[in-house]
Design a protein. Structure first.
Length: 115
């Protein structure tokens, strides 16, 4: 059974809180991508819409919105997410994960969407 830590950020107040999601609730999140909007009642927050902004895998590798699928790849990066160069122009090959939520993801970052 999948198990996630969902970090819910509120852009209006600047606060964030962490919610543990297991079982059926976690299965509802499988297959969603970065940028998708889902109903907060899936994780126990009724009346709220949440947008997926990122996440990380079991080994701590960050999710990248520009890498399709739920795969792990070593990419040559020149900027975030996944690499913050100490000097301008530096590039480095880093391990990152695709933009789809799979069972190997442990943390999902979200933000509340106000309409």
């Amino acid at each position: 059974m999948p198990e996630f830590k969902v970090v819910v950020s509120d852009p209006k107040t600047g606060r964030a809180r962490q919610i543990e999601v297991k079982g059926r609730q976690a299965e509802a999140l499988l297959g969603l991508k970065i940028g998708d909007i889902f109903d907060g009642s899936l994780i126990g927050l009724p009346g709220v819409k949440l947008m997926i902004t990122g996440g990380s895998g079991k080994a701590g590798e960050p999710m990248r919105p520009d890498l399709p699928g739920g795969v792990k790849r070593r990419l040559l990066l020149s900027g975030p997410p996944g690499y913050h160069p100490p000097e301008k122009g530096m590039r480095k090959r880093k391990l990152v994960r695709g933009n789809v939520i799979t069972e190997e993801i442990v943390q999902i970052n979200t933000k509340i969407v106000y309409e």
